[in-house]
Structures are given as structure tokens and as C-alpha cells.
Design a protein around this ligand. Sequence first.
Ligand code: PHE
Length: 339
Amino acid sequence: MKEQLQNIELRAKKELESVKDTAELESLRVRFLGKKGELTAILKGMAGLSAEQRPVIGQIANRIRADIEDAISNRLKEISAQQEAKRLVSERLDVTLPGKKPQIGRVHPLNQVLNEIEEIFIGMGFDIAEGPEVEYDYYNFEALNLPPDHPARDTQDTFYITDSILLRTQTSGVQVHVMEKKKPPIRIIAPGRVYRSDAVDATHSPIFHQIEGLVVDRGITMADLVGTLDLMMKRLYGEDCRIRLRPHHFPFTEPSAEVDVLCFNCGGKGCSMCKNEGYVELLGAGMVHPKVLKNCGIDPEEYSGFAFGLGLERVVMRKFGINDMRMLYENDMRFLEQF
Ligand code: PHE
């Protein structure tokens, strides 16, 4: 029986060496030490031993069990260490490798400049106003001193929906909405989309953006208009920027002006961008016509105001030196990524 025990120990230790993983190790343990294992089977036979032999064999059996258990637990440690080492090799990563650049969206140049202009005017105490893009003829034309047969209507190729409803051709209608609702002092800008039945080319689009400005209070003069626009342009284009007003006509302002800025491409010397003018036209402006004030329930004897309307696309094109308006709408990533 002693020999049988030693034989078990020998075989167990030998087989342990070739065990490769924890599952094999467990099955080996069950085979030798488990309830139905070899060692247990022999110990069951101890009943037939003499009283002197029993403790001797018992001792040997216990030692062998302890030895095999030790050997198994040592082997377990070895296997775990090997598996751990393998795992570390397979999961190894080079933290010095350059990462993948995530595609981050960016603000469209039109919105960049719009945000900038809004900040400038908010800084001067203006509010932001909004009006509908589908508009009544009344707000787009009539209240702005353009009665139905007024010839100036022809200059704005209007998309009509019905006789009295249209897609607004200008943001100036927001002036009327604001003045109807609010009493002076009024200081607002109103950015938004406008529509004109124009064919698409490098400087035209049937949908474009304007930013309307309106200030109404006691004692507002042309000097306030010039000062406001001068400050805006200097903030937008830099301290060297200069503006110039040319007399013009709009039915809803009197006097009216077109406002040019010094060509930032040539600095006023004249180049292809400004068609040798030295200045480029950016917006229309003027003092709110007394009839318009009256149409909105504001007494022109007591109050005066100025208004301006600026084409956002033009401002953006001038600012970034873009020579084709269509680029602003095509959403070509190669173009947009430059801003
Ligand atoms: N609404 C005019 C246009 O679209 C611009 C303008 C606005 C002129 C306000 C004067 C005052 O051309």
C-alpha cells in the first residue's frame, strides 16, 4: 500500500509538469485528490490494515496529499504567471504612437461673422430681433413707404405666394414689427434670410442673408448712424478700416446713403477686387422716413431714428477674400476647413 501511495505521488508530480492551463490542473486534482480520486480510493482500503500499520500508512497518505496539494498550488502560480505574461504581451500598446485626429465640426464662415457682428452690437446695447421669412406685403413693402404701384418694387424681384403674402426680399420689415410692438428707445439688429428671384452667379443667390439695424429715440441724428457703422467696421475689419457714405435713395429712409468700406485688399489704391474704386459697397442705410415712423405709431415730431441693412455674404466675402458666393453654400469640406 505504501508503494501504491508513492507511485501516486510520483505520477501526480510527473503529470503536473505537462499541465498547460488551469482547467487541466483542476481535472488533475480531481483525478488524484477528489472524492472519487486515486488517493481517496486507497485510503478507503485502510480499513483492512492492522492497528499498527494504520497510523503509519495514514501519516504517509496525509503527507503525500499535502505534497500533491502544494505542488498543484505551485503549478497554479506558475501557470497564472505565464498567462499574465502572455496577456501583457498581447495587450501591449505604444502610448507614444500619434492618435487618430477626431473630425470636429466647425462654425460656418457666415455664422462666424454673424456671431462676431452680434457681439459687437450687443456690446453697444442692442437687442437681437427676428421676423418671419414668409411675410405680408404690408411689412415688406407698404409700411416701408412702398405702395403697391411704387416703381422701386421692381428692383427687388419678389417671390410672391399670394397677392399679399411673399418671401421677404429684405429684413427691413422687421423694423416695422419691432416698432409696432415696442416704444422708443429702440436699439435692435435683425439678422436673417431673405429671398429674391435672382439667377445664381458669383455675386448673386436667390437666398442670402441680411442684418438689419434700427435705432429710434429722441434726438437720433445721421452722426449716430455714421459713428455706429464706423465702430462696427473697425471692430470687424481692424482699426485701419475707413467707411464712406454716398447719397442714395431708399423709400423708407430720408436721407439715404450707400456705405462703402476702404478696400482691405489694396487699402484704397484701387485693385481688381474694388474695381479700382478703392472702396467696396457693403450696406444701405439712412434716417428712418417720417412716414415709416408714423405707419408704426411713432410720432416723427418727437422721435427720429436710423436704419441700415447689410448683406452678410458680402461682408464675409470681403473679410476672407472669397470671390465666389457659391462657395458659401456648397458645403465643400475642403473650403469650410479653411475657416
Ligand atoms: N433693405 C435695403 C436693401 O435690401 C437696405 C436698407 C436697410 C437700406 C435699411 C436702408 C435702411 O437694399
